[in-house]
Ligand binder design. Sequence first.
Ligand code: SAM
Length: 290
Amino acid sequence: MLLEKVEQAISRLRGAGVASPEADAWHLAVFATGVSRGELQARAVRGDVMLTDDEAQVFDAGLSRRVAREPLWHITGRAPFLQFELVVGPGVFTPRPETELLTEQARTEAQLMPPRDGVVRVVDLCAGSGAIGLALAADIPHLDVLLVEKSPEAAAYLQTNRTAIAPVNTEILQGEVGQAVTHRAPGSVDVVVSNPPYLVEGADELDVETHGHDPHEALFASDGGLAVIREVVEVSAQLLRDGGVVFIEHGIDQSEAVQSLLTTQGFARAETIVDLVGRPRFTRAERARR
Ligand SMILES: C[S@@+](CC[C@H](N)C(=O)[O-])C[C@H]1O[C@@H](n2cnc3c(N)ncnc32)[C@H](O)[C@@H]1O
């Protein structure tokens, strides 16, 4: 019986220290059956659901992996991000809910920008699975989005997600942040978005799932966590047109440092935006007139 299995799973997951045992148990049931959580719960209320042998096997195998603290989204192979599902797994950073806030604000601003030659040009630096840039490109057809990602493993997931979510108005550059300037002319870009690595190794406390499964180069940066952010600011200053806008996600204790980097590189109106629980999570700034 499904309900019994889910109840047992919740208690095993709780015992293993999983942060959201109930949600995860239901996600595993959805993964095993291919039926939505709402439908599964409705069927359970009407008299419970029997799992087939195959479904029970998939559920049990997924549960064992989750109890061993493998991330849920590596088990299902897909992570939710806004209204999309991104293919994820070993070798790529799993997108986080806090990045949705940055994406929504960037989307609102990009939508309001007047296209030049019919196009609004966007660059996503440190694109990972493509969460930010692909969500923008899928929602706004007149965007032209360049996604820059250095890791070949992550770029393979990015390619898969691009094909599924926004194949027409996007382009991938597998390379370093600094290489973006060889693919877009200086002063030609309207919006830069970035969620770069910004943690300090040994200083920032991580949960088991993050520490064991997100790639090292996706998490950590040298120079107090600011090394890649500094590159992102410098490259954004070159790429953006006057009045163009940059959005950079960062650690909750890095807003002053990021604002100062932006101001030094000729940005104006640097403003840090807080998340739903009041933590400063990303900074927005405008390229001042040259
Ligand atoms: C925190 S993850 C963010 C991924 C994605 N933007 C998201 O929000 O889910 C940072 C990504 O930056 C990539 N990266 C790190 N240093 C880079 C660099 N110098 N140039 C380009 N990509 C880099 C990592 O491989 C990783 O995929």
